[in-house]
Ligand binder design. Structure first.
Ligand SMILES: Cc1ncc(COP(=O)(O)O)c(C=O)c1O
Length: 377
């Protein structure tokens, strides 16, 4: 089976982990974190060209810490897409704010600016654009809207490490940007995350938040939690940073090959493929197609089943969308205002393009897909 994503870990990561154990330095509760945390932060800082990186123990922790740093009140609303991993919404609820779900555009599945403008209210405090699948949201327009309404932007860049917008890294546009190093992500630590910011004061606050609000010992100054990244995870992340460029190159190679080979099929079967433009460049975290067709068992679901039977680990991100999950139903009226979200959740299918996928695998994926489409339609 070709999995949808697989971490690329080898001897260098293993050696670094052993060093952490030999040094008996599993973690550090110092304000600036342990040696490897600091080394990882420094290389991510350079890669992103950003002033501060604060490593934490998950992308969820990164989002929650960023929201805590905004000093959210219980009346505040935070605008975010429902077409995301539930962590984005969970962080909002955990911060005490109310999530307001905004539709996505049907071009690249990122937050829809028209619906966003309609949903901004006097209670709005922040917008969380999600760079889903590694597709950057419309950041210039988002910044303009945020400025007009005095709203903060926290970018959910958990899926978009290495994606750029106007040649600048995603995650570095808002007040803060949040990254994940979960096992499936472009760069992994098993579990891990990071918040980035260009503001000195915000970085200081975030360092306190990741360590129980403390600065010099037992002197809690604001609400924080244990969001520290362990040294074992930082050791993996630090070595992964050395591979990042190669990882991104291989993902791009696989994705462009897939797009080339799919050219005739997409026209014949009315399939939508992901497309970059002059402004938005993807990290190709997920290569996501949209299949038209409806009925009880949609074309997408047929294709998914058949490809998995053939050893191709395709996956759906996300069905159901957050507003349709039992817990979140109470936060959206009836979802009628989220039409593109609803449509996408029923029609998208993501394909593996990670560095462990060879050019022959890509050819095989296309052959199987074409055969199954011919059988079904
Ligand atoms: C869009 C998005 N937001 C947030 C998260 C949360 O990250 P983590 O799993 O590291 O907590 C993830 C990843 O899982 C994600 O894909």
């Amino acid at each position: 089976m070709i999995p949808i994503n697989r971490p690329w870990i080898d001897n260098e990561e293993k050696d670094e982990i052993i060093k952490v154990i030999d040094e008996n330095a599993l973690t550090s509760a110092a304000r600036d974190g342990g040696k490897r945390v600091q080394e990882f932060e420094s290389s991510l800082r350079t890669f992103l060209n950003v002033k501060h990186v604060v490593a934490v123990n998950s992308g969820t922790a990164a989002l929650h810490a960023a929201l805590l740093a905004l000093d959210i009140k219980s009346d505040d609303e935070v605008l975010l897409p429902s077409f995301t991993f539930v962590a984005t919404a969970n962080a909002v609820v955990a911060s005490g704010a109310k999530p307001v779900f905004v539709d996505i555009n049907n071009k690249d599945y990122t937050i829809d600016l028209h619906d966003l403008k309609k949903k901004i209210s006097k209670k709005s405090k922040a917008i969380i654009p999600v760079h889903l699948y590694g597709h950057p949201a419309d950041l210039t327009e988002l910044n303009e809207i945020a400025n007009q309404h005095s709203l903060y932007i926290i970018e959910d860049a958990c899926q978009s490490l290495g994606s750029t917008y106007k040649n600048k890294q995603t995650g570095t546009f808002g007040k803060m940007g949040c990254f994940s190093m979960y096992a499936s992500k472009v760069l992994t630590a098993g579990e891990g995350g990071a918040i980035v910011t260009n503001e000195d004061e915000t970085a200081d606050t975030l360092k306190m938040i990741r360590n129980h609000g403390m600065v010099e010992g037992y002197d809690t100054r604001l609400l924080g939690l244990n969001y520290r990244l362990p040294e074992l995870s930082a050791a993996i992340a630090k070595i992964q940073m050395k591979k990042l460029k190669t990882i991104l190159d291989l993902r791009r190679r696989n994705s462009l090959l897939l797009s080339n080979l799919l050219e005739t099929i997409i026209k014949k079967y009315n399939i939508k493929i992901p497309q970059e433009d002059q402004i938005k460049k993807f990290n190709w975290y997920l290569y996501t197609l949209a299949f038209n067709g409806s009925g009880d068992l949609t074309l997408r679901d047929h294709i998914k089943k058949k490809l998995i039977e053939n050893g191709i680990g395709v996956a759906v991100y996300y069905d159901p969308p957050v507003h349709k999950t039992p817990f979140y139903q109470k936060f959206s009226l009836n979802g009628d205002d989220l039409q593109n979200t609803n449509w996408s959740s029923e029609h998208v299918l993501s394909f593996p393009v990670h560095p462990g996928v060879s050019e022959m695998d890509i050819q095989n994926i296309v052959n199987v897909l074409e055969k199954e489409l011919q059988n079904i339609i």
